[in-house]
Write a protein that binds this ligand. Structure first.
Ligand code: MG
Ligand code: ZN
Length: 240
């Protein structure tokens, strides 16, 4: 199929990047906080828990420079840099990032990889530096109207609603949407994809599990292709 106008939607953690930003920085700088998060994640909403852990890291003197350094050394496959750079150079693709990480983690890494102008929009939780403290908030303010997701997205953001809102904002139809994701929260948006769209699903993670368990109930119109390493995404982008 010849495509003149396509949208590539990227999840960030374990999809574009080869690690999870929220967990990685604590594994590098404060493994005891990482352990504590593991114990608290069933009780505290994840974005709130990361925000709380960042405050705790700040209290014990962990600096902005240390956090930025840990992000710059986070695993990120060179084949992924090539894959997106070459696809963008072909000209027919718009890139959208849909992530439960945050604006500072993502922009710090994209800058390091010289990919800061890749995405048309980065839809994620807002964060900002207040001197040495990284302040993080949910994308959906807990004190305002909540999202209406019925398929299990966390209160901080529904990726399905965000994808629909982006398509409305953008105001034109894409010939094809390619969704690159790995996590259970990527299941909601792919339910909204059409028969000409395709999911590039990372194998053996939350998204594949939900596809295996829930597709018979929820129905899925789009195609699915599986990958394990970023070098395979590079091959898949070269073929589309
Ligand atoms: Mg992910
Ligand atoms: Zn949702």
């Amino acid at each position: 199929m010849s495509v003149e106008n396509q949208l590539v939607v990227f999840d960030f953690d374990w999809s574009m990047a080869d690690q999870d930003t929220d967990r990685w920085i604590f594994e590098v700088l404060a493994p005891d906080l990482r352990r504590k998060m593991k114990g608290l994640k069933e009780q505290i909403q994840w974005t709130d828990l990361v925000a709380q852990s960042l405050r705790e890291a700040h209290t014990r003197g962990i600096t902005r420079a240390q956090i930025e350094h840990s992000l710059r050394i986070m695993p990120f496959h060179p084949a992924m840099v090539r894959a997106v750079t070459n696809l963008k150079a072909r000209g027919e693709t718009t890139f959208l990032c849909l992530s439960n990480s945050n604006s500072v983690f993502i922009s710090t890494i994209l800058k390091e990889k010289k990919l800061e102008s890749l995405f048309t929009e980065i839809v994620t939780n807002p964060a900002e530096w207040d001197n040495e403290l990284l302040k993080l908030r949910r994308r959906v303010d807990p004190n305002g109207p909540q999202h209406n997701c019925k398929v299990g997205c966390s209160p901080n953001m529904c990726k399905g609603e965000e994808l629909t809102a982006f398509l409305e904002r953008h105001g034109k139809d894409f010939d094809r949407i390619v969704y690159v994701g790995d996590g259970s929260n990527d299941f909601c948006p792919i339910l909204r994809l059409r028969s000409q769209d395709v999911v590039f699903c990372r194998s053996h993670r939350g998204l594949q599990k939900r596809i295996d368990n829930e597709v018979s109930k929820e129905g899925l119109k789009c195609q699915i292709q599986y990958w394990a390493g970023a070098w395979e995404v590079e091959e898949m982008f070269d073929r589309i």
